[in-house]
Design a protein around this ligand. Structure first.
Ligand SMILES: O=P(O)(O)O[C@H]1O[C@H](CO)[C@@H](O)[C@H]1O
Ligand SMILES: O=c1cc[nH]c(=O)[nH]1
Length: 237
């Protein structure tokens, strides 16, 4: 695909092989400002901030995906197909669907169920199971094991088209063992599958659909930082 793309103004080579993708452009800026050395702004189209710098000597990029599968679908497609990006690690927030998942716990999405129609474009004679990159997932679990006091689970995410739902059907997914609900992982995993690239979604539990608890802003910053640091540590160069 030709670059610049309709949504990314960066030049060839501006992105590192690995891009960390939070939904929130301000979380992308926070990572660039707090963790990256010599961070350069490589995209600001639609204020979907993208930066490239180094973390402990390793070249890495961070760029926001926006919210929802259509937005993640656009950005991950353009990064994989236009900018030679090999790995995208989503670093997001998610709502717990189980009582044994607590605020600030991390979830590594080994798979991502979805209620979206994103997969219809592939015209498959059945349903597709979007899954994480095993090498990235294994690195994430190994890194999580080394972090003292970090609680995490590995399992299915639900990538939902709705944050506010009229029917509240998202909770039915917990009958199938789905751990938490967010809004982008399935699109990312499908774009990675289609291009033969690597993707992983790491989410911090920011609230619970079961208990109604939610983190406050100070707690969120600390727990977000665990997720950010873990993703930066495992990012392949
Ligand atoms: O915190 P981020 O990465 O944006 O992820 C979650 O938060 C947003 C909803 O508040 C959705 O994008 C959802 O997936
Ligand atoms: O998509 C999301 C993200 C956080 N919490 C939710 O309930 N849904």
């Amino acid at each position: 695909m030709n670059i610049p793309t309709p949504h990314i103004e960066a030049k060839k080579g501006d992105f590192a092989k690995t891009v960390l993708m939070p939904g929130d452009p301000l979380r992308a800026r926070f990572i660039a400002e707090h963790y990256l050395e010599d961070a350069v702004l490589v995209n600001s189209v639609r204020q979907m901030s993208g930066y490239t710098g180094t973390y402990k000597g390793k070249r890495v990029s961070v760029m926001a995906s926006g919210m929802g599968m259509p937005s993640m679908g656009i950005y991950s497609y353009e990064l994989f197909n236009g900018y030679d990006v090999e790995n995208i690690i989503r670093i997001g927030t998610a709502g717990a669907l189980r009582e044994d998942l607590h605020l600030r716990d991390l979830v590594f999405g080994i798979g991502a169920c979805t209620n979206s129609n994103f997969a219809a474009q592939y015209q498959l004679p059945g349903s597709f199971a979007p899954t994480a990159s095993f090498p990235l997932l294994r690195k994430a679990v190994e890194a999580a094991e080394k972090r003292e006091g970090l609680h995490y689970m590995v399992g299915n995410l639900l990538s939902s088209d709705t944050f506010y739902s009229d029917s509240n059907l998202d909770v039915n997914w917990r009958k199938m063992g789905v751990l938490a609900v967010e809004m982008e992982a399935a699109a990312l995993y499908m774009n990675a599958a289609r291009t033969g690239k690597q993707a992983l979604a790491i989410c911090t539990i920011s609230d619970s659909i079961v208990t109604g608890e939610a983190t406050n802003s100070a707690e969120r910053e600390k727990s977000f930082r665990d997720m950010m640091e873990l993703a930066l540590e495992i990012a392949p160069e």
